[in-house]
Design a protein around this ligand. Structure first.
Ligand SMILES: [Fe+2]
Ligand SMILES: [Fe+2]
Length: 209
């Protein structure tokens, strides 16, 4: 009775769980189908992702503020650390203001978060400008660094908890944006790495709000 036999075989196949299927019997098409979930489970961020790049900067600067908090004595190490914090924050803010915030404004219906970010950048830059002309041991030096750290922590929290998730839900191409930002960051970092250019670079970049 061939009809009954085929029907039994079909039922058996349908009941057989995929995990117990015979390996040798898997067709190339079936293998391709099985690989699809792995492709879908790739992380959604690439190294060039704009938000990943900004978060990496945030982590880096948070670590430096922590390092400052643990420093006991004034001196050249403290001065060098504060100079590095100021430089990294300046480059980061500049990249956001030149590239990331304008792109965000172009896709957000309500740009209030970007307006707030601009004001917060301005407050941070005012303190950075003061620290650039101060030395460890000067009046209120440590307090200025601590308050700068608090400004930055507050600002970073708003970016990461509110702005970035909103932008993730838009059509903004974060990889294309991230590539532009990484290139600009590289240019600015090279400029700041040149001691002869640093003062001029700071003068040109810090006043921009
Ligand atoms: Fe920012
Ligand atoms: Fe930021």
């Amino acid at each position: 009775m061939p009809a009954k036999s085929t029907s039994t075989a079909t039922r058996r196949t349908a009941r057989t769980p995929p995990a117990t299927a015979t390996r040798g019997a898997r067709s190339p098409a079936a293998t391709a189908r099985r690989r699809k979930p792995a492709a879908r489970s790739r992380p959604r961020t690439s190294p060039n992702d704009a938000i990943a790049l900004l978060k990496e900067d945030h982590r880096s600067v948070a670590a430096m503020f922590l390092q400052f908090d643990r420093m006991k004595a004034d001196g050249s190490r403290k001065e060098a650390l504060v100079a590095k914090i100021c430089q990294e924050l300046t480059v980061h803010a500049r990249v956001e203001e030149e590239i990331f915030y304008p792109a965000a404004r172009s896709v957000l219906e309500n740009a209030a978060l970007i307006d707030e970010a601009d004001v917060e950048h301005a407050s941070a830059k005012a303190l950075i400008a003061e620290l650039r002309s101060a030395k460890p041991g000067d009046d209120h030096y440590d307090a200025k660094v601590k308050v700068l750290g608090e400004y930055v922590r507050h600002h970073v929290k708003e970016e990461q908890d509110e702005l970035f998730p909103k932008l993730r839900r838009t059509a903004l191409d974060m990889v294309v944006l991230g590539e532009r930002m990484a290139a600009r960051k590289h240019e600015l970092a090279a400029l700041f790495a040149n001691p002869a250019a640093t003062e001029d670079a700071m003068r040109r970049f810090i006043p921009i709000v």
